[in-house]
Design a protein around this ligand. Structure first.
Ligand SMILES: *Cc1c(COP(=O)(O)O)cnc(C)c1O
Length: 429
């Protein structure tokens, strides 16, 4: 292990070294709910939210701010409900996420709607719900939103997602703020698009936002982007287009292995310094940092498979459950849940799933002491993990469990074969 287990939301029992989440043994979770199974810590989720909230709160007493949790990172209703209870708003990217956020108790006046492909039906749904703001990503979208709002006799509150052309220096698949990217409105087009927005009868300009990428471990690019959108808000004010909020998006990274992370107090102070005495609300759209380290994927070892060139640990979780290693070469720590037995030999394993793809490797070259039937925990899978899972190879999606103290609650049932074929028809005519 390269970092203390604590930051991953788990620890070892002092008695026998069994891996615990809060007061619950992960072996017991595996027995009770089966494997593979995603397990989240309510305490770790709460702590992550409160750390960011505390950093923003302490930086300046009278600065209004709102944390809009990016629902796409982990959209389980129980997770959303927890954040809603903690006072979070939500950043959504689809009509489905809007329904989830509302169903979980989220307040429409705290919901912002991002995404570059909003359909007219999604716009209508969000207008009827009376959400806080649409983060508009193109000129065509602006025109369409104006038309949909006109049809409903409403005014849509908007912010333009501008593309500040800042290199987030993260993996290209999760970098979103460069010129050649599909997201947002180019920075040098932004003034014109805002002028157009201000002239449209069913549009009300309320904000400026950007989002330059994900898993950032250095806050310099975030601060640079913030500087640019604050300058844009000043330029808008000079033309009597006043914004009520400014949002530098999400993107705060977490520790998967040994990465340093952004100091939230430093980041909050830097954002406040950019805002100065401007009378605006600060919005953030964090996803990963609120959930990533609060979840583990519990899986059972099916086979120990030595070969001439490599040892494989074949487990019952696969790339359909956790695609991040295959998709982004992401690193996740893998630990045996124990109890730790002295007699077991350590070997170097590639930890693989049963899916028929060579890319189905969850972890490369890990030193583990494993037997068939043992349970492993793959760490830091609270974000972009279950939500990206699929049924590839006709594998039912895993169960999700929430730990709260000594209690473990099922928050999503394991899918069954019937779920997999429910929408299919044998007849073709
Ligand atoms: C995905 C996304 C976020 C959240 O990103 P994280 O890196 O998980 O914090 C925020 N805003 C927008 C527009 C997004 O698309």
């Amino acid at each position: 292990m390269t970092a203390a287990l604590g930051i991953f939301g788990v620890h070892r029992a002092v008695t026998d070294g069994e891996l615990m989440m809060e007061g619950v043994s992960l072996n017991n979770v595996a027995e009770r709910f089966g494997t593979p199974c995603f397990v989240y810590s309510k305490a770790a989720l709460t702590t992550a939210f409160q750390r960011l909230d505390g950093a923003l709160k302490s930086v300046r007493k009278n600065r209004p701010y709102l944390i809009c949790y990016a629902v796409k990172a982990n959209s389980n209703l129980a997770v959303l409900r927890l954040f809603a209870e903690l006072g979070a708003g939500f950043d959504i990217v689809s009509g489905g996420e809007l329904k989830r956020a509302l169903m979980a108790g989220g307040k429409a006046r705290k919901i912002v709607f991002s995404g570059l492909g909003k359909t007219a039906a999604e716009m209508e749904m969000a207008l009827r719900a009376n959400i806080k703001c649409f983060n508009v990503e193109s000129e065509s979208e602006l025109e369409r939103l104006n038309e949909v709002a006109a049809r409903l006799g409403m005014k849509a509150r908007i912010s333009l997602r501008v593309n500040p052309d800042v290199d987030a220096k993260t993996h290209p698949y999760i970098s979103t703020g460069l010129k050649n990217n599909k997201f947002g409105v180019a920075f040098d087009r932004a003034m014109d698009v805002y002028r157009r927005a201000a002239a449209l009868p069913h549009i009300q300009v309320v904000g400026v936002d950007c989002h330059i990428g994900s898993q950032l471990t250095d806050d310099a690019p975030l601060q640079e982007a913030m500087g640019r959108i604050v300058a844009l808000s000043d330029a808008l004010a000079r033309e009597n287009i006043t914004v009520r909020h400014i949002c530098p998006g999400g993107g705060i990274g977490i520790t998967y292995k040994d990465e340093g992370t952004i100091d939230l107090d430093v980041y909050a102070r830097a954002l406040e310094a950019s805002l100065g005495n401007r009378n605006v609300e600060l919005l953030l759209e964090p996803g990963r940092v609120l959930v990533g380290n609060a979840g583990v994927l519990v899986s059972r070892v099916e086979y120990v498979k030595p070969t001439d060139s490599k040892n494989f640990l074949v487990i019952d979780a696969a790339m359909n459950d956790l695609i991040r290693p295959s998709l982004y070469q992401a690193h996740h720590e893998v630990v045996m849940t124990g109890p730790l037995r002295a007699a077991t030999a350590e070997r170097i394993y590639d930890v693989v799933g049963p899916v028929c793809e060579s890319a189905d490797v969850l972890a490369h070259e890990r030193t583990l002491a494993a037997h068939e039937g043992d349970v492993v925990a793959i760490l830091s899978v609270g974000a972009y993990s279950f939500v990206m899972s699929s049924n590839y190879n006709s594998r039912p999606r895993a169960a999700e469990v929430m730990i709260d103290g000594n209690n473990a609650a099922l928050i999503r049932e394991r899918e069954t074969f019937d779920d997999l074929v429910r929408l299919e028809r044998l007849q073709t005519s």
